[in-house]
Design a protein around this ligand. Structure first.
Ligand code: ADP
Length: 847
């Protein structure tokens, strides 16, 4: 409102100024035009004066010619070469009457003149040819006729009024274009001698004075000058009047010429000047208008800028407040969650359940606060994309860890397809990349009640300029999104299908953050969905390639890990052992913790290299697992610093690298950097256990099912083999009996009880050289051994079976070798069978 008023005042102010300028310009224009007109009129008058001069000259010549012709006839008469009668006859024509006068002015021959012509005649007798006009008679020319030196007669010629008015008269100057009218005026008689056609009905006839228009002005001008011209719009706006006396006569020639025809050419200049001036005025107006609109725009943009700045300030204040509050809430919340974690470790029964509920609600609250913090950071422009070198497999592993557990809890299948050719070493903002992908995947899990979530990772296009476009496709079989809701999907605090989603926690911020972060990374996001059937979200983000080594078969690694996890059964316990796991991703820490949970090893965790260094100064650990890719201080740097720590309590502790990068040469690299070994992510339970078993001090390892000294006073039976020597692999056994402990024991009992019979049967086959039967029986042993976890025995049986098959069906020349192999190794297999039976008794109490 205030802005509108400001703009209105400014507009009026500017318009006022514009009007003043315009008025001044007009005044200048008028002054210029009148000045130009004045000078133009002066030029016109000057030009017309010359015209009058010319006209007088023409009339003078005309009269002189007339006199010359008459004088010639007079000479002929005087010389009596022609008779006076003939002479008079020769000068007479239609309307032109010749005559011969005596010295008294009496007519001898021809025309008789009015009495007043005597005076003219007297003058002629003095030898002076002359002219005179007589009202209502005409124009009379007289020349003397000599006899010797004296004048005897006067030869005269009368141009009658009617002949003078005739168009064919030489005194008429008719203008073809009708631009000019000329008349001959006699100042003596004050009569028009030769009028132009329709003179008395023309605008040049002053009826009041019975004289030509403007005559007085012309005559008064002629008083002081030879010629005169007037252009006075008061007399006749369209015509220029001019007059010039004809020498030796009382006549003046008067012309009326159209002003336009006089100024042709001059007016062009005049017009051009006017045009130029007009153009200048237009240009000026345009300029003023331009300046005006510019100024208005500038005023507007100032107003807008101020409004925008104000809005931005308010928004900034809001974002700052949110960021501040989120931060302030996070700190005590983390403390609450930490304390709750302690309660969970100590508590049991109902208390543990309550603590678990606190944990779940606390984590939800933390994720909401994190979203708000992220969003306010984005809105206030404080969120930055920080490109770093990272390993894609590490990110995908984290993603997998974060999502598959949640999916599993809901009973959803989670499939992950990663194109094995994507380069693993990329440059980009690893943290934000992971965030957007996890956001979308979490939504897929959240909004899918049953079915599956499929996550596909591809790279689009060729790697030009060392960049490629990562494509993350998340397909779910969930509730889907209505067509009309799609445009609201990415708006902040927007939740769709509220009725259906009432029980699903959410703020409506996740996708808004995802979209902003994706855009900040120059990427794009799109969604395809069928309501009720499921949705597909596709995110494309360009990343720079650091190295072209491909990520490899990530899918198989994940599947293997998944299987291991499903079949996992601890093979040992080590309640006295302490290990430290360092990884910036909490989920990875949780995975390791849960994988080793049943081993009863004390596991400490840390998210930063820096904290790790502090922890190894404070505690002794039997093994330290160090993640390679960590922010601030990575695994390699942490290890190097750890080795140089003077107060370290872990000087001889083995360090094992955790990495999602499983490409060739990685192991060598880690060994060269000082690690004792490495473990690839996603971590599979069995490999982890083997690794722990390998590096733990042997005295801390107890067989599974054993009671530790800490937990029990009963001593461990001496004959129990060490884990490395164990014959029965419990996880394998459990896998074959559907994780049913009773079933496993039953299988094992049967297997052990059949030992004698099986051994006898095989030996019988061997002794009778019945290798065919031997092969069949050893094949059965191979399978049954595996089903109770006797992997080593199963392997041995398998080798014997293969030799048997080769003996029976293979080439003749190899028969002897195969038989020899069977005879040599049969004993070993039976020994393994015996050991297994012993172990079954010692470990599981089966005899
Ligand atoms: P929320 O915190 O509510 O999940 P998001 O911004 O992540 O907020 O998502 C906004 C809304 O979009 C959700 O409330 C939900 O209605 C809808 N939505 C997001 N992802 C999906 C999906 N995979 N399937 C169906 N609806 C979805």
């Amino acid at each position: 409102m205030k802005q509108d008023k400001r703009i209105l005042t400014f507009t009026l102010h500017l318009l006022g100024r514009f009007m003043i300028f315009f008025a001044i310009l007009l005044l200048i224009g008028f002054a210029l035009q009148s000045k130009m007109n004045d000078s133009l009129n002066r030029e016109v008058e000057k030009f017309s004066t010359h015209q009058g001069e010319m006209l007088a000259f023409v009339y003078h010549n005309l009269l002189q010619t007339e006199i010359a012709e008459l004088s010639k006839t007079a000479t002929l008469i005087a010389a009596e070469k022609i008779t006076p009668a003939n002479g008079v006859q020769s000068i007479s024509d239609k309307g032109q009457l010749g005559g011969l006068l005596d010295i008294n002015g009496q007519s001898i021959w021809g025309v008789a003149l009015p009495a007043e012509a005597k005076l003219q005649c007297a003058r002629t007798l003095q030898g002076e040819p002359n002219w005179r006009y007589y009202k209502d008679v005409g124009l009379v020319v007289m020349v003397p006729v000599y006899q010797g030196t004296t004048v005897r007669y006067v030869l005269c010629k009368l141009h009658t009024d009617s002949s003078l008015r005739d168009k064919s008269s030489p005194f008429q100057f008719a203008d073809k274009k009708d631009e000019e009218n000329i008349l001959l005026y006699d100042t003596r008689t004050q009569q028009v001698v030769v009028p132009f056609e329709n003179y008395t009905s023309s605008p040049f006839y002053d009826a009041d004075k019975d004289s030509p228009l403007g005559l007085d002005q012309l005559l008064s001008k002629l008083d002081n000058a030879q010629e005169a011209a007037i252009f006075d719009p008061k007399i006749n706006a369209d015509y220029v009047l001019y007059a010039s006396p004809i020498p030796d006569t009382n006549f003046i020639a008067i012309g009326y010429r159209e002003w336009r025809s006089v100024v042709t050419g001059i007016t062009n200049i005049h017009l051009i000047v006017l045009w130029v001036f007009g153009l200048l005025v237009v240009l000026f107006c345009v300029f003023i208008l331009y300046a005006f609109t510019n100024q208005v725009a500038a005023e507007e943009s100032t107003a807008l800028r101020e409004a925008r700045d104000e809005a931005l300030r308010a928004n900034q204040a809001k974002s700052d407040f949110l960021a501040h509050m989120s931060h302030e809430i996070r700190t005590p919340l983390n403390a609450i969650l930490g304390m709750n974690e302690m309660i969970m470790r100590e508590a049991s029964g109902k208390l543990k359940k309550y603590a678990f509920n606190i944990k779940s609600a606390g984590e939800t609250l933390l994720s909401i606060i994190n979203d708000i913090l992220d969003f306010s950071k984005i809105e206030s422009g404080k969120m930055e994309i920080v490109p770093v070198s990272y390993s894609l497999s590490s990110v995908l592993n984290d993603v997998y860890n974060m999502v598959h557990y949640k999916a599993g809890q809901k009973g959803l299948a989670f499939h992950m397809n990663v194109d094995p050719d994507i380069p693993d070493a990329l440059i980009g903002d690893e943290v934000r990349l992971r965030q957007v992908v996890v956001n979308i995947l979490n939504n897929a899990v959240k909004y899918t009640p049953k079915g599956s979530v499929t996550f596909t990772v591809k790279s689009q296009g060729t790697a030009e300029n060392d960049t490629l476009e990562l494509e993350f496709i998340t397909q779910d079989t969930g509730i889907g999104i209505r067509e009309e809701d799609k445009e609201k999907l990415f708006a902040k605090f927007q939740r769709l299908d509220i009725e259906k989603n009432r029980n699903i926690e959410g703020t409506g911020l996740g996708l808004a953050i995802t979209v902003k972060l994706t855009e900040m990374m120059q990427g794009s996001i799109s969604v395809d969905s069928i309501y009720g059937e499921g949705s597909t979200f596709t995110i494309r983000i360009p990343q720079q390639v650091e190295k072209y080594d491909p990520i490899g078969d990530f899918n198989t690694r994940i599947e293997a890990a998944l299987k291991e996890e499903e079949n996992y059964q601890e093979s040992f316990t080590a309640p006295q052992a302490n290990i430290l796991v360092v990884d910036d991703n909490d989920m990875n820490l949780t995975v390791v913790e849960s994988l080793l949970e049943k081993t009863r090893i004390h596991i400490h965790t840390s998210s930063y290299g820096k904290d790790c260094l502090q922890m190894i100064e404070d505690n002794h650990y039997d093994i330290v697992f160090l993640d390679h890719m960590m922010p601030e201080m990575d695994g390699i740097e942490t290890l190097q610093r750890a080795k140089n720590l003077i107060n370290s309590k872990c000087k001889d502790t083995p360090f094992i690298a955790l990495t999602a990068n499983a490409v060739a040469g990685v192991r060598e690299m880690f060994l060269a950097k000082g690690f004792n070994d490495y473990l690839s992510k996603p971590v599979d339970g069995k490999t982890l256990e083997r690794m722990v078993q390998k590096y733990l001090p042997p005295e801390k390892i107890e067989a599974a099912g054993e009671k530790s000294a800490e937990a029990t006073t009963e001593s461990t039976p001496a004959e129990t083999p060490s884990p490395a020597d164990q014959q029965i692999d419990l996880p394998t056994a459990m896998q074959y009996c559907g994780n049913n402990e009773d079933m496993q024991k039953k299988f094992l009992t049967i297997f052990v009880s059949r030992r004698e019979a099986v051994t006898k049967q095989l030996e019988n086959d061997l002794n009778t050289d019945n290798i065919n039967d031997y092969t069949t029986h050893v094949h059965a042993l191979k399978s049954t051994a595996l089903s109770i976890g006797g992997i080593k025995l199963s392997e041995a049986a398998k080798a014997l079976e293969m030799a048997g098959h080769a003996y029976c069906d293979g080439p003749e020349e190899e028969k002897a070798d195969n038989l020899q192999y069977i005879k040599e190794h049969h004993g070993e297999a039976m020994e393994l069978y015996a050991k297994l039976a012993d172990e079954a008794q010692s470990r599981f109490g089966i005899s």
